[in-house]
Design a protein around this ligand. Structure first.
Ligand code: 3PG
Ligand code: MG
Length: 372
């Protein structure tokens, strides 16, 4: 298998025009950027190219416009922020304004590579999408992964291939069905799995507990039962909450064990579970965390997620946080600088952990300058 070419493999870039695919899909509120993490994360690559005399044109998607220009998803706010951080960089309009991007249309690829000498992919968060700007240019242009993409791949594949043990994965979020593939893949490599978030209710139901009116996925109960059995048969623990915080049938704040009364809804792991999960994180040597433990946007239900986030900050383990909600939670608690690696990719980090490869990486390995 060819290796993925790096920036040095582009040769002398002075005087060349380089297209850099970035993931500037940042959260917006009323047209303002609420978190510029993804923009800042691309700067080392942009600087590397600029410092060597390349002229740089960046391209990204933003949101999910449906293949047509849509003011709400204009790149203008991103362009303004980028102009403060790297004024020399040119930024194209939202790639998804053209239906050719998601369709991986060769005609759209041809337009992207027109007048361009080399391609750099630094859009880790979008590398699981086989879209035109990700898989198209490396078919013909000398290509490389950027410094962000390189670091993401090293850290996440490192978890799969040589984690320090005990290796614990902490998973939360609403749906087990969204994460089934990665849960199965993680069970192969972790020593223990810790499950919080609404997905824990489907597991608790599989253990025969009444879960009241909590969010769950009835069609995934058999799957959860199978996962519990397969983990147990391999001597791996799946840790579930032992207490729950939420509201009772009257809508009042309440704490429960794992047997919820009729009409009650769980919105967070309880303090006992949070303490137990914290101990597991403290004792681990590698921890991967994806998905909040509860509805942390509501302060009444933030404690479980905050306790796990604090343990991620305090443990001596090598700590990796998958992008999306868990990264947002860390930032909200001011702990984002306290972990070893916060991934810029949500779906991409899970898919890389699950499959060990991504369409964007595969495309780079086939670039004309990739050596066997
Ligand atoms: C993300 O934010 O997950 C990436 O930018 C990919 O965006 P998408 O899920 O809309 O493809
Ligand atoms: Mg997404």
């Amino acid at each position: 298998m060819s290796r993925i070419p790096r920036l040095e493999d582009l040769g002398d870039v002075a005087g060349t025009r380089v297209l850099v695919r970035t993931d500037f899909n940042v959260p917006l509120e009323d047209g303002r950027i609420t978190d510029d993490f993804r923009i800042r994360a691309a700067l080392p690559t942009l600087r590397w190219l600029l410092d060597r005399g390349a002229s740089v044109v960046a391209a990204s998607h933003l949101g999910r416009p449906k293949g047509a220009p849509d003011e709400r998803w204009s790149m203008a706010p991103v362009r303004a922020r980028l102009a403060e951080l790297a004024p020399e960089v040119e930024l194209m309009e939202n790639l998804r304004f053209d239906p050719g991007e998601e369709a991986n249309d060769p005609a759209f690829v041809a337009r992207l590579v027109e007048g361009v000498d080399a391609y750099v992919d630094d859009a880790f968060g979008a590398c699981h999408r086989a879209h035109a700007s990700i898989v198209g240019p490396p078919a013909t242009l000398p290509s490389a992964m950027g410094l962000l993409l390189q670091q993401e791949v090293e850290v996440l594949l490192g978890l799969r291939e040589h984690p320090k043990r005990p290796f614990v994965a902490v998973l939360g979020g609403a749906k087990i069905s969204d994460k089934l593939g990665v849960v199965e893949a993680l069970l192969e490599v972790v020593d223990a799995l810790v499950v919080g978030g609404a997905m824990c209710f489907t597991f608790l139901a599989a253990q025969g507990h009444p879960i009241g009116a909590s969010l769950w996925e009835p069609d995934q109960v058999d799957t959860c039962r199978r996962l519990l059995e397969s983990a147990a048969s391999r001597g791996k623990a799946i840790h579930l909450p032992e207490d729950i915080v939420g509201v009772d049938a009257a809508g009042e704040y309440a704490t429960f064990g794992v047997r919820l009364p009729e009409g009650a809804k769980g919105f967070d792991i309880g303090p006992g579970s949070a303490a137990a999960f914290s101990d597991i994180v403290m004792d681990a040597r590698t921890v991967f965390w994806n998905g909040p433990m509860g509805m942390f946007e509501d302060e009444r239900f933030a404690a479980g997620t905050r306790t796990v986030a604090q343990a991620m900050a305090d443990t001596k383990a090598f700590t990796v946080v998958g992008g999306g909600d868990s990264a947002a939670a860390l930032a909200q608690f001011g702990l984002d600088d306290e972990v070893d690696h916060v991934s810029t990719g949500g779906g991409a980090s899970l898919e890389l952990l699950e499959l060990g490869d991504l369409p964007g990486l595969e495309a780079l390995r086939k670039a004309p300058n990739a050596r066997g």
